[in-house]
Ligand binder design. Structure first.
Ligand code: FAD
Ligand code: NAI
Length: 464
């Protein structure tokens, strides 16, 4: 009998297992695939960032090197090598999780986990079925790509992010359905490698849930990178024509618009994954969106069964899953953990990067909060001109009465790392004056954070 069985080895599950083991709990983890690490390591965060980095080097070599005074005779994309490097990065990272399981004495069982009752799980693999028992069980089975009946992926020409990360050729033309995080990151990869990339989005902007200023600016930036956007277009049908795909959409006036491409990437969100888990056997229900229902302690209707990460409500992000994994482990061990859901940063790894934490301007205005805004353009930074990364801005929103920082939204080179200054400041409930009075190193992108804070305290920008 284990103290804890974790079902699913993504960033939620494996981190939770490690924390359980650290707390002295006898722990096992069940993973249906041969490698550990879940979506994030195998077909998500890590492989997408590997291809984003490779394609960015290629783009810089073909578009910016000459201006930097670097002349290279012929730059060619060796796509199969890019994919091979990505595969190597994934393999090393998954191997790292295996090592962490061994180091923490967590027993790994490969196979599909399915509830028999509230303390027993069967594990079925090619070699047969076994039963494991535990006092507590954590569901960390993650998510899968979502799609609609008009756009069923056949994985050949009509693809999801999983296939887009392992194509055998650079598409001449790629149509992306959905201008969300996956569409923009993978759309960027292929646009940089020379594909003609068109994005069909059914709403009127990109990244509708983020601060409005971000979607507008990013649209302009990505258009310059060569992406083409069709907003307010409803896809009616996607068909595999053998060598091509045909896409029929309706524009906002109801006119039919026809598209053709080598590949069509369906990126219209992800859905919680509970197939084969046997939730009905233990009486655990799901929401209308298929997510496992949990209370504020991430506990299901069955008190000794918890659920974390993409399979429950909230942002579908690896770091959110990890926080929940640690939370549940500590909860089981009798501690009183806490997660500040308002301060889970979101990052989109386009170039420049997009990052955000806290409330958006739209949310705060809708709540009637009086606010001050500081907004500093990246092009005003000496560091940005030196590296030729001048697009974007940093926006800080502070409470008009208390000056507390309530939201920070940015598009900038290195925003993925810069956002943590904002998250730390907000965790300590800093005012924009606090940030403005901290000495920031020169020349860095972080100076734009200080400048935006100076702006939010009352138009005290020093460099614009
Ligand atoms: P998952 O990582 O989905 O892991 C669930 C695991 O459970 C899987 O290994 C699955 O095989 C296993 N499993 C399911 N059912 C069973 C069963 N019955 N028995 C045994 N095992 C089972 N997030 C970020 O924060 N940053 C990023 O840059 C980022 N990039 C992404 C890029 C792409 C292309 C995609 C698709 C996603 C990206 N994400 C990113 C999202 C991130 O991958 C997820 O939020 C994260 O993986 C969720 O972790 P999880 O542990 O909840 O589930
Ligand atoms: P998403 O929710 O980010 O974007 C989906 C987009 O598709 C939205 O803009 C939506 O309006 C649009 N859409 C929905 N139905 C449509 C239709 N019928 N026709 C046209 N457009 C339609 O989902 P996405 O990009 O699939 O990513 C899934 C999740 O994976 C994200 O929610 C994110 O949490 C996670 N992820 C995170 C990354 C990161 O942190 N950098 C990178 C990639 C994924």
């Amino acid at each position: 009998m284990y103290d804890v069985i974790v079902i699913g080895s993504g960033p939620g599950g494996y981190v939770s297992a490690i924390r359980c083991a650290q707390l002295g709990l006898k722990t096992a983890i069940i993973e249906k695939y041969a490698t550990l690490g879940g979506t994030c390591l195998n077909v998500g965060c890590i492989p997408s960032k590997a291809l984003l980095d490779s394609s960015e080097h290629f783009y810089n070599a073909t578009h910016h090197f000459v201006e930097h005074g670097i002349e290279v005779k012929e730059v060619k994309a060796n796509f199969s090598q890019m994919i091979q490097r990505k595969n190597d990065v994934v393999a090393q990272t998954c191997q790292g999780v295996k090592y962490l399981m061994e180091k923490n004495k967590i027993e790994v069982h490969h196979g599909t986990g399915s509830f028999i009752n509230a303390t027993t799980v069967s594990v079925t693999s090619d070699t047969g079925t076994k039963e494991l028992q535990a006092k507590n069980i954590i569901i960390a089975t993650g998510s899968k790509p979502n799609y609609f009946p008009s756009m069923v992926p056949d994985k050949q020409r009509i693809i999801t992010s999983t296939e887009a990360l392992s194509l055998h050729e650079i598409p001449k033309k790629l149509i992306v359905i959905g201008g969300g995080v996956i569409g923009l990151e993978l759309g960027s990869v292929y646009a940089r490698l020379g594909s003609e990339v068109e994005v069909i989005e059914n709403s009127s902007t990109l990244l509708g849930t983020m601060d409005g200023s971000v979607g507008k600016e990013l649209t302009k930036i990505l258009k310059k990178e060569g992406l083409k956007f069709y907003f307010e277009h409803q896809v009616q049908q996607v068909t595999n024509l053998g060598e091509k795909t045909a896409i029929v959409a309706l524009d906002k006036k109801g006119n039919e618009v026809n598209f053709e491409s080598d590949y069509c990437l369906v990126a219209v969100g992800r859905k919680a994954y509970t197939e084969g888990l046997g939730l009905e056997k233990v009486g655990i229900t799901t929401t209308p969106r298929g997510q496992v229902e949990v209370n504020e302690h991430l506990q299901t209707q069955v008190p000794n069964i918890y659920a974390i990460g993409d399979v429950v409500q909230g942002a579908m992000l690896a770091h959110k899953a990890e926080e929940e994994g640690v939370y549940v482990a500590e909860q089981i061990a009798g501690q009183k953990p806490h997660i500040n859901y308002n301060l889970i940063p979101g990052v989109i790894y386009t170039w420049p990067e997009v990052a955000s934490v806290g409330k958006t301007e739209e949310e705060l205005r809708a709540q009637g909060v009086e606010i001050n805004i500081g907004n500093f353009p990246i092009k005003a930074l000496g560091r940005a001109r030196a590296s030729m990364d001048t697009s974007g801005f940093i926006k800080i929103i502070a409470d008009k009465n208390t000056d507390e920082v309530l939201g920070v939204h940015m598009i900038s080179a290195r925003a993925a790392d810069l956002i943590m200054e904002a998250a730390i400041a907000m965790e300590y409930r800093a005012s924009s004056e606090d940030i403005a009075r901290i000495c920031h190193p020169h020349p860095t992108y972080s100076e734009a954070v200080k400048e935006a804070a100076l702006g939010a305290t009352g138009n005290r920008y020093l460099h614009s």
